[in-house]
Design a protein around this ligand. Structure first.
Ligand code: GRG
Length: 302
């Protein structure tokens, strides 16, 4: 299976989980149409579905039933979409384009956009807990998978990283160690958690060779993803990337490029690619999806 094929499965399930609703006064227990449609607006705006596809591909690689992995995968995409909606708000990155469309707050207003983000975040956990209850014999694995996703998304992960990112931008702090913390948490943790969540669904022990390899690949792939994002902000084509470019330099943001220069950032990207690659040997042929993903990601920076 390719990334496109996994993404198509995710797309179909997301459409089923959050279908378009007509305007009417909500009955108790229903999602109000406005909240539903604001969540759906960003959720179905055509992202790459990278995180859920990684979860499904890792689940396949580890022999987990794909039907069991589908809800954690979609939940991860909901959390990622919430983070994009909130990141684009005037109080954060203040952006008007995302996934090739006007941002959520431009269309629905700031208050509703905040709620659309809150809604996607809580719906993700509602669905994962419901899914865990649907597989009582494997509830421990499902809970552990949801725990990995909570860790990656939360105060010890993406939210923590975003907090320090905002702080450094406002205080004009440019320090390599802080940059490492921000990238690892704001970006990489949401790319590590799909792999670790799949490992948990498969019942892997923390100290197993596979879990360590999944984590090692995820850390390096996640940092590579950020390095590529930073490089594309300088040399990318806005129509292809689907968001406003050139903002990092304008805002004095701490990035791989502002810290190491363009050539230095490309060198780092190459190192990260090699390191991620080194963790795949344990999976042999079954790791092919992740090998291709790595090359495709790295190639975007050169
Ligand atoms: C608001 C808690 C909170 C966190 C925001 C999303 C985010 C964290 C910051 C956005 C800044 C940024 C560009 C980070 C780089 C990593 C990233 C999340 C890129 C976008 O992800 P893609 O390329 O997007 O997977 P699509 O649209 O394809 O899903």
């Amino acid at each position: 299976m390719t990334l496109k094929q996994y993404a198509a499965l995710v797309e179909e399930k997301l459409n089923e989980l959050v279908p378009e609703e007509a305007q009417r006064t909500p009955s108790s227990g229903e999602i109000p149409w406005l909240l539903n449609n604001a969540m759906r607006y960003s959720l179905t705006a055509g992202g790459k579905r990278l995180r859920p596809s990684m979860l499904l591909a890792a689940a396949d690689m580890l022999g987990v039933d794909r039907a069991e992995a589908m809800i954690p995968a979609c939940a991860l995409e909901m959390i990622h979409t919430y983070s994009l909606i909130h990141d684009d708000l005037p109080g954060m990155d203040n952006d008007s384009m995302r996934r090739g469309r006007p941002t959520n707050h431009v269309v629905f207003g700031e208050g509703q956009a905040i709620l659309a983000g809150d809604g996607l975040l809580s719906l993700a956990f509602e669905l994962m807990l419901e899914n865990a209850m649907a597989y009582p014999a494997k509830a421990a694995n499902h809970n552990a998978a949801a725990y990995e996703i909570a860790l990656g998304a939360g105060v010890r992960g993406m939210v923590g990283g975003q907090c320090m990112d905002l702080y450094c931008e406002r205080e004009n702090i440019r320090d390599e160690k802080m940059l490492g913390y921000i990238h690892e948490n704001k970006t990489a943790r949401m790319l590590i958690s799909p792999l670790r969540a799949a490992g948990r669904l498969a019942g892997l022990a923390e100290d197993s060779e596979e879990m360590q390899a999944l984590t090692g690949y995820g850390v390096n792939f996640g940092l590579l993803f950020q390095a590529v994002d930073d490089i594309l902000d300088v040399v990318g084509d806005q129509a292809l990337v689907g968001k406003t470019l050139g903002k990092d330099a304008e805002s004095g943001k701490l990035t791989f490029v502002t810290l190491y220069g363009l050539d230095g950032a490309r060198e780092k990207a190459n190192e990260l690619k090699q390191r991620a690659q080194s963790h795949l040997s344990v999976f042999g042929e079954k790791g092919r999806f992740f090998e291709t993903l790595l090359s495709d990601m790295a190639d975007r920076a050169f």
